[in-house]
Design a protein around this ligand. Sequence first.
Ligand SMILES: Cc1cc2nc3c(=O)[nH]c(=O)nc-3n(C[C@H](O)[C@H](O)[C@H](O)COP(=O)(O)OP(=O)(O)OC[C@H]3O[C@@H](n4cnc5c(N)ncnc54)[C@H](O)[C@@H]3O)c2cc1C
Length: 401
Amino acid sequence: MAGDQVFDYLVVGGGIVGTATAYKLSVKHPDKSIALVEKESELGMHQTGRNSGVIHSGIYYRPGSLKAENCRIGREQLVKFAKKYDIPHQICGKIIVATTKEESLILDEIFKNGIENRTPGIECIDSDEITEREPFVKGVKAIWVPSAGIIDYVEVVKTFVRLLLERNPENKLFLGKKVIGLHREANLVYVETSKQSFTAKEVIVCGGLFSDRLARLDKLKLKMQIVGFRGDYYELKPSAKHKVNNLIYPVPDPRYPFLGVHYTPMVGGEVECGPNAVFTFKREGYQKTSFNWKDSLQALTFKGTIRLFANNWKKGVEEYRRAFSKKLFVKELKKLMPSITEDEVVATRSGVRAQAVGEKGEMIDDFKIIHTNGVTHVINAPSPAATACLAVADEIIAGLG
Ligand SMILES: Cc1cc2nc3c(=O)[nH]c(=O)nc-3n(C[C@H](O)[C@H](O)[C@H](O)COP(=O)(O)OP(=O)(O)OC[C@H]3O[C@@H](n4cnc5c(N)ncnc54)[C@H](O)[C@@H]3O)c2cc1C
């Protein structure tokens, strides 16, 4: 047991959503005690530490959605925070490039969305202007998005937690403690972990890839499930880095919530390309062959996943083939940059996206937070939740009892 201490708040999950929430709670309630409980031995080891490191502008999202609102507000807060605490970041801007007439039409819709979402400074540019900005990219039309940028999200997480612990000696970080039970009794919530039990007045669960299982542990009846989609990255060799100035994105396929393989300069100086989006047989599986019985069985016996596969089998097969073939991956990259070759890229790391899928096989696009008596569950926090983390934290806190 964690002594007889009753925490005012206990946050589960040391990714960017959990740590932003714990940090914001400590700003709002400096006198209250806050515990942060994470199953791994370090913070930000899953989606947060394995993402593209992009500060999204908010241009893509459905106007009025939580994603659109939180991305706009969250981006502004994140950039201010990064400046204040010296976190490596750069507002380098990005181009979204249409390479065909059909893509141009989708690009026009994205531009309209961006105007409605008040994405600052966006401009349509023609093929000459594309070449001026990115000499190695070929496209018929593009959107220049000056507010997009790059950041080190793990540093953001570490800074949130440093500030949380400095604010009040009663605030505590517990690493290596996997939550395995949640129950309520007399206005208190008991949180059982693999090593220790905790008591708190309010619990906020930000479990990323396990958000659905943690909600079911709390007896919530959900009509959705988290399905993992792995994204693999390649890196440009030093000799090819000059081919990329800033962020370069394709026009995304509007049927899917993923943005397509893109070129991403990182704050450390590398340039990455990716990620693809492949169904994974293990929620936290970062190898192409990772497998977990429970994760696979749960995903493949859920009617939503079966419908998702039935409706998108062609795309799924394409993604699978590309995951195992450098040639096919580079073929995709060539659509934006015809001169890129297999010799110029090397496979690096991967991440797994937690994608909520509904019973009809639909990919649930927007953020989803459920408040119940004493426990709040962040059920769906896909991209751009890292960009939006501080606004998502405000949203969570505003809904607490
Ligand atoms: C490949 C990829 C690229 C992306 N690119 C971007 C991008 O460029 N920009 C952007 O804004 N977003 C991006 N995203 C999305 C973004 O990374 C996620 O939306 C965000 O990190 C979600 O944060 P989280 O805290 O909810 O989840 P996570 O970071 O996954 O954190 C959840 C935490 O909960 C812990 N946990 C789970 N179960 C338990 C348990 N039982 N007990 C205790 N702890 C538990 C986990 O160990 C983990 O640390 C990307 C995601 C991926 C995967």
